[in-house]
Design a binder for this molecule. Sequence first.
Ligand SMILES: C[S@@+](CC[C@H](N)C(=O)[O-])C[C@H]1O[C@@H](n2cnc3c(N)ncnc32)[C@H](O)[C@@H]1O
Length: 141
Amino acid sequence: MHSAYSDLWSATMHTADSIRQESPIVEHNFSKMIHVELRSFVTELDAGASASARRLHKEFDMSWFQTLLDAGGGSGGLAIAFWKLCPKIRLTVGEFGNVVPITKECIESEDLAETIETLEIDPASSQPTSTFDAIVLRSVL
Ligand SMILES: C[S@@+](CC[C@H](N)C(=O)[O-])C[C@H]1O[C@@H](n2cnc3c(N)ncnc32)[C@H](O)[C@@H]1O
């Protein structure tokens, strides 16, 4: 878990300078990261993603929803945790094309390939083609 959070915190420390200079000082471009970096980064966030799923379920009773998209869902940690909490929701994880293979690998490692779908999306440039009862974005921007 250490390297993803150390990476995030050191980038966060440059936020004020980035705003002052009107350009990002620390670039974090997920669409350009190599497979091994991406895999380690997104899987290290799983514990926090699971905790968010539990918090959302406690607050909003997520079993009320039939379909849910986790947009920018990384390794699928949030969707996997939702499945454990409310197995009837149809779950989809949307990601950049270069991240989707990692998402699939992580979902398969939990034997959930038949249960959780993956979708290549870039919500910053176009809307998803399917509709969902709920869309979650966690730590995407
Ligand atoms: C900090 S990670 C968070 C991953 C996951 N949501 C979590 O909480 O563990 C940010 C994720 O958002 C994805 N992402 C960022 N911008 C995106 C975009 N425009 N379209 C799709 N995915 C995006 C990245 O590929 C990356 O996996």
